[in-house]
Design a binder for this molecule. Structure first.
Ligand code: NDP
Length: 487
């Protein structure tokens, strides 16, 4: 059976590369190749830059309200095509349909809608300086590159293009080689909505194409989502042409469960924050610190619910709530972390093996896995695993657990469960993380800025302040009286 071949999306249409080089994309739940994609060769790369230059000229000349109107049409199309787009995400990522159907497209559309609304609301300042005055303009940066990870491909493309386009920039987006189709669908939708050709371009390929984007002097900014190690390379390369960077990187986030917490709610948060999207979420609370007084109750309920309520299988089955990991290689990596947890003395409460569900026997599944009696220096407690592997630790002192929670070079997210309102805020204010939840975990609405402390990131996505990352301020001084000059 022949599979489709997708070309790069440049200047409003698909464009064939010259080398003819392609890569294959597999469905993680079946291990079958579902389509091929052409790699962005030098011809495509040059065309992308020319296209984005023209796109930028047309788009930045429009008024913000015109841009807003067009982006809102794209939002409406995204919502109309929710199911078709959600299916693309399920087949590319292996995540369950029951998630993609209500989260992936929806949260992407929300962010474009939010920034479309803000586009006309961007204002500068003016101030009198004696008889003279100055005013400022918020101007777009030019061509921005977006580089995405594979866990939320369409959502990431929306989260990067929403603020970039609202502010008047053009975008060249490179999705992960594992999940290239969502961004192509978004590019088609932008064109259908009336976004001028060249404003949103999609280039395909692996690290080399990302490297080209980060080094290219025509590109003013890189917004990157991916691993910490890759983020460092991206930033170093972007420094060559002093590009602005936004980095959304990895995490090893703590969830603190105090002894006055609603334990069932805390178990729900822990399961959501470790097993949703089969554990492939950057903000996951993979270090769960539970107060010694409720530790046994917590792990008893966690074990029961993990063993009884999780259904792995064909991700398109609406009953399935645990999908396949992104690739065989990633499955092996996650299993190797589990082996390390056992070797280093953690107690396996449940899970720990690869899974081969009857409805998807060739998929890259891993059982939902919980380690208890973990110690802070274990590899599974220190390193991001990015799979369904939870580590539970015990604590008995507030100051001590805060210090332990902060003892990491990462700082993406954190959570606290307690009914004591003062303790909730006191503790969360001391946790070194950019995205925090109290008696909740994982929600990330368009209105709320998200991003990491320490090595988990630079800059923010979503929320009003993100527009500042896609604009530059021009200050204009206006003389109202004769110039005083010694010459
Ligand atoms: P990677 O860092 O491996 O890849 C991210 C993107 O960068 C991919 O498109 C990749 O291409 C590309 N890339 C790889 N090398 C380079 C390079 N040298 N220069 C430029 N681009 C490059 O991350 P993953 O795709 O494995 O995603 C998982 C990671 O993403 C986890 O660490 C997770 O925590 C993080 N993440 C963070 C989020 C956040 O908001 N903080 C959200 C989602 C994920 P290709 O894959 O095609 O090789």
């Amino acid at each position: 059976m022949t599979t489709p071949v997708y070309e790069n999306f440049i200047n409003g249409h698909f464009l064939k590369n010259q080398t003819g080089d392609t890569f294959a994309v597999k469905n993680p739940a079946t291990d079958e190749v579902i389509y091929h994609v052409e790699i962005a060769d030098e011809f495509i790369q040059n065309a992308a830059i020319e296209s984005a230059k023209q796109g930028f000229a047309a788009w930045s000349a429009m008024t913000p309200i015109e841009r807003s109107r067009i982006l809102l049409k794209a939002v409406a199309i995204l919502r109309e095509r929710n199911d078709e787009l959600a299916k693309v995400e399920v087949l590319d990522t292996g995540k369950p349909w029951q998630e993609a159907e209500c989260v992936d497209v929806e949260t992407g559309a929300d962010v474009i809608e939010y920034f479309a609304g803000l586009a006309p609301a961007q204002v500068g300042q003016q101030q009198m300086v004696g008889n003279d005055f100055y005013y400022t303009r918020k101007e777009p940066l030019g061509i921005c590159a977006g580089i995405g990870a594979w866990n939320y491909p369409l959502q990431i493309a929306c989260w990067k293009s929403g603020p970039a386009l609202a502010a008047g920039n053009a975008v060249i987006f490179k999705p992960s080689e594992e999940t290239p189709l969502g961004a192509i669908k978004l590019a088609e939708i932008f064109i259908e909505a009336g976004v001028p050709a060249g404003v949103f371009n999609v280039v395909q390929g692996a690290a080399e194409v990302g490297q080209w984007l980060t080094a290219n002097p025509n590109i003013e900014k890189v917004s990157f989502t991916g691993e910490v190690g890759t983020g460092k390379k991206v930033m170093a390369s972007a420094a060559g042409s002093l590009k602005d960077v936004t980095m959304e990187l990895g995490g090893k986030s703590p969830l603190l469960v105090f002894d006055d917490a609603d334990v069932s709610q805390a178990v729900s948060a822990a399961m959501l924050g470790n097993f949703y999207t089969q554990g492939e979420i950057c903000t996951n609370c993979t270090r769960i610190y539970v107060h010694k007084n409720v530790y046994q109750q917590f792990i008893d309920e966690l074990k029961t619910r993990t063993e009884q309520n999780i259904i792995a299988g064909d991700p398109m089955d609406p009953e399935v709530n645990l999908g396949a990991l992104i690739s065989k290689k990633h499955q092996e990596l996650v299993l190797s972390y589990i082996d390390k947890g056992i070797q280093e003395g953690a107690t396996l409460l449940t899970g720990g093996k690869a899974l081969s569900p009857a409805s998807a026997p060739s998929g890259y599944f891993v059982e939902p896995t919980v380690f208890v009696d973990c110690k802070d220096d274990m590899t599974i407690v220190k390193e991001e695993i990015f799979g369904p592997v939870m580590s539970v630790l015990v604590f008995d002192d507030e100051d001590d657990v805060i210090q332990r929670a902060n003892d990491t070079h990462l700082g993406l997210a954190a959570g606290v469960f307690t009914k004591d309102i003062q303790r909730a805020h006191r503790v969360i204010h001391q946790l070194q993380a950019g995205i925090c939840w109290i008696n909740s975990y994982g929600n990330s609405p368009a209105e709320m800025p998200v991003g990491g402390y320490k090595q988990s990131g630079i800059g923010r996505e979503n929320g009003i302040e993100t527009l500042d990352h896609y604009t530059q301020t021009k200050s204009i001084y206006v003389g109202m009286s004769n110039i005083e000059s010694p010459f």
